[in-house]
Design a protein around this ligand. Structure first.
Ligand code: SF4
Ligand code: SF4
Length: 146
């Protein structure tokens, strides 16, 4: 039942790995990296395939056909994906922090995550409607809550 506590990431099945994703949608936000300082900034501008209500990808199985730069998170590349938000469940488990109390695997639904403000619901804009990413830098994606 609590495979996320007992099973090392490397031993998880594909189904278990997919279940780890809380579906927050934060990884689908556009980010900016300052050329000089290499500082990463999150924006509230989402990939055009992200559903702003469900926080899920509208074309998940075929997403790479539509968005070639979309990144699949795997046990092999998780260490290098430093841009993932601290609340990302893959990052939390990789860093040994466990899943947050609001995670859907623990609560049984995404309601607690939305209520805790840990998803992108009602906070984002479609990238096709935004001209300058620099005008949309936000701090809330950086917040994590246990
Ligand atoms: S293609 Fe889908 S999974 Fe990839 S960034 Fe866009 S919304 Fe997210
Ligand atoms: S940030 Fe992590 S947990 Fe949240 S949707 Fe993206 S991959 Fe899933």
């Amino acid at each position: 039942m609590t495979f996320w506590k007992d099973t090392p990431l490397i031993d998880m099945t594909q189904e278990q790995w997919e279940q780890l994703c809380d579906g927050c949608g934060k990884c689908c936000l556009n980010k900016i990296i300052d050329d000089e300082t290499e500082q990463l900034y999150y924006t509230n501008v989402a990939c055009h395939l992200l559903n702003h209500q469900s926080c899920r990808c509208e074309k998940y199985p075929q997403r790479f056909e539509f968005v070639p730069q979309c990144t699949a998170i795997t046990v092999d590349n998780i260490a290098s994906l430093t841009w993932l938000p601290d609340s990302c469940s893959y990052k939390r488990l990789y860093e040994g922090r466990g899943l947050a109390s609001w995670h859907p695997l623990i609560t049984g639904s995404k309601d607690a995550m939305h209520k805790a403000g840990m998803s992108v619901r009602k906070k984002v804009k479609n990238e096709k409607k935004v001209k300058w990413l620099e005008d949309h830098i936000v701090l809330w994606p950086l917040v994590d809550k246990d």
